[in-house]
Design a protein around this ligand. Structure first.
Ligand code: KE4
Length: 428
C-alpha cells in the first residue's frame, strides 16, 4: 500500500500539533508506524488520501453506527445548515433531541446537551458533588470517562494506551478525591462503601467497559453497584458515551435493566458532529443552572447542525430489527475471528455486546483489567498491521473496543475473516 501523501501530511502535522494529531489514540503510538489520513468515508469504508480503502471497525470511535456519510444524515445536516449554523438562542431541534433522548432512555427525566463526552461526564460529576455536598468519587481502573481532571486516574483508552493512566497536571488534592476500584470486583466495592460510603458523591462506571478493550460486567455486578449507591445516597452515573444507543436502543441500562441516577452520552447522539449530553433524575437535573445553582454552560451546546446529525442518526437506529441485525453481524465477525485464530494456532478470545466487541490476544476469557492488560500486545500489534495491509482497519490499540455498523455487509465481514486467516499466521 502506498502512503506517500499520508506521510507528507503527517510530517507537516508533527511540527504543528502534539504528536501530529488532535486526539492521542489516532497517532498509532502503541502499534507503531504513522497513521493514514482520511480523505473520505462511506458506509463501512474509510478511504485514505492515497486512495487506499479500509473496512472500518472504528466508525469514528462509535458515532457512525448507521455507517459513514449516511444519505439521511448528510441530507439533514445540509438542509439545516442552509438556515444557519448556530444561533445562541434556543432552537426547536434541541427540544426534539431532548424529547427523543428522554423517550428512549426513561431514566433520563431531563437532559442537558453539551459538546463532547468529556463535557458530559465532568458536568455529571459536578452535579453529583453539588447535589450531595460530598467530594469523593469512585471510578474503575481501565475505565475512561474523557479527559476531565477527576477522571485521569488509572484511566483507560488513550491514557492506558500511552502508559499515562495518571496524567501529570492533575492536582494531587483533586486526584486524591478519586477512588479507583477494580472493575467487576463486587467485594472491593462493598468494602469501600462499608468504610466510607456516606462520603462518596458518585460512582461513575462504564456499564460495559470499552476503554480497556471490551469487558462485560459480571452477572449481578451492576445490580450490586446500584444497591450500594442507593443504600449510601451516592449518585450512580452510567457513562453511556460509548454504550448508549450502541448495545441496545436504550443503552446498557436497558440491556441490563438497571436504572442509574444520571447517564452520560456522546458519539451516536451526534451522528459524527460534536455532541454530548447528560441526564437523569429530575430532582438532580433541576439543580443545574439556570434552574439551580450548579453551573454548566456551552456556546455551541444544542446547535442546530449537530442536533440535525444526531436526530437523523437516532431516527435510523429506531428501524425495526436494527439491533438484531447488528448483533448478528458482530457474532459473525467474532465467531469468524476466533475460528481463524484457532486454525492458525493463535490464542485469542472475544467479548461482544450487540454492536461492540473486543478481540484479546490470549487464551483466557477477559473480565478484569488485570486480564486485559496481560494480553499479548505485541501479537496484537503484528495482527493490526497485517490487517491494515489487507485493507481492514481495527483500533490502533489493544485497549480499545471495536464497532460494527449497519453498513457492514456479510461480504465485508467474510472478507475481514479471510484477511484475518492470513494475518493470524503472521501474528503467531
Ligand atoms: P469525548 O470527550 O472523546 O467525546 O468522550 C469521552 C468519553 C467518555 N466516556 C467514554 C465511555 C468514552 O469512551 C469516551 C471517549 N472514547 C474514546 C475512545 N475509547 C474517544 C476516542 C479518542 O479519545 O479520540
Amino acid at each position: 500500500m502506498n502512503h506517500a501523501i499520508s506521510h507528507d501530511l503527517f510530517t507537516r502535522a508533527i511540527a504543528l500539533m502534539p504528536g501530529g494529531v488532535n486526539s492521542p489514540v489516532r497517532a498509532f503510538k502503541s502499534v507503531g508506524g504513522d497513521p493514514f489520513f482520511a480523505a473520505r468515508a462511506e458506509g463501512a469504508y474509510l478511504f485514505d488520501v492515497d486512495g487506499n480503502r479500509y473496512i472500518d471497525y472504528i466508525g469514528s470511535w462509535g458515532p457512525m453506527i448507521a455507517g459513514h456519510a449516511h444519505p439521511a444524515v448528510i441530507e439533514a445536516v445540509t438542509r439545516v445548515a442552509a438556515d444557519g449554523l448556530s444561533f445562541g438562542v434556543p432552537n426547536a431541534l434541541e427540544v426534539t433531541m431532548a424529547e427523543t433522548i428522554t423517550r428512549l432512555v426513561p431514566s433520563c427525566e431531563m437532559v442537558r446537551m453539551v459538546n463532547s463526552g468529556t463535557e458530559a461526564t465532568l458536568s455529571a460529576i459536578r452535579l453529583a458533588r453539588g447535589a450531595t455536598g460530598r467530594n469523593r468519587m469512585v471510578k474503575f481502573e481501565g475505565c475512561y470517562h474523557g479527559h476531565g481532571d477527576s477522571f485521569l486516574v488509572k484511566a483507560g483508552s488513550g491514557a492506558l494506551t500511552l502508559g499515562v493512566p495518571d496524567s501529570p497536571g492533575v492536582p494531587k488534592a483533586l486526584a486524591d478525591l478519586t477512588i479507583t476500584l477494580p472493575y467487576n470486583d463486587a467485594d472491593a466495592a462493598s468494602a469501600l462503601f462499608a468504610d466510607c460510603g456516606d462520603e462518596i458523591a458518585a460512582v461513575i462506571v462504564e456499564p460495559i467497559a470499552g476503554n480497556m478493550n471490551c469487558v462485560l460486567p459480571n452477572p449481578g455486578y451492576l445490580e450490586h453497584l446500584r444497591m450500594l449507591c442507593t443504600r449510601h445516597g451516592t449518585v450512580l452515573i452510567f457513562d453511556e458515551v460509548m454504550t448508549g444507543f450502541r448495545v441496545a436502543l436504550g443503552g446498557a441500562q436497558a440491556r441490563y435493566g438497571i436504572t442509574p441516577d444520571l447517564s452520560t452520552f456522546g458519539k451516536i447522539i451526534g451522528g459524527g458532529m460534536p455532541v454530548g449530553a447528560y441526564g437523569g433524575r429530575r430532582d438532580l437535573m433541576a439543580q443545574i443552572a439556570p434552574s439551580g445553582p450548579i453551573y454548566q454552560a456551552g456556546t455551541l451546546s444544542g446547535n442546530p447542525v449537530a442536533m440535525a446529525a444526531g436526530l437523523a442518526t437516532l431516527e435510523l437506529i429506531q428501524a425495526p430489527g436494527f439491533y438484531e441485525s447488528l448483533e448478528a453481524k458482530t457474532n459473525r465477525l467474532c465467531d469468524g475471528l476466533e475460528a481463524a485464530a484457532r486454525d492458525a494456532g493463535v490464542a485469542v478470545s472475544t467479548n461482544r455486546s450487540c454492536a461492540m466487541y473486543g478481540l484479546f490476544f490470549g487464551a483466557e476469557k477477559v473480565s478484569t483489567f488485570a486480564q486485559a492488560t496481560s494480553c499479548d500486545v505485541a501479537g496484537f500489534r503484528r495482527f493490526f498491521h497485517a490487517m491494515l495491509k489487507r485493507g481492514v482497519y481495527f483500533a490502533p490499540s489493544a485497549f480499545e473496543a471495536g464497532f460494527i455498523s449497519a453498513a457492514h455487509s456479510d461480504a465485508d465481514i467474510d472478507a475481514t475473516i479471510a484477511a484475518a486467516r492470513e494475518a493470524f499466521c503472521m501474528a503467531a
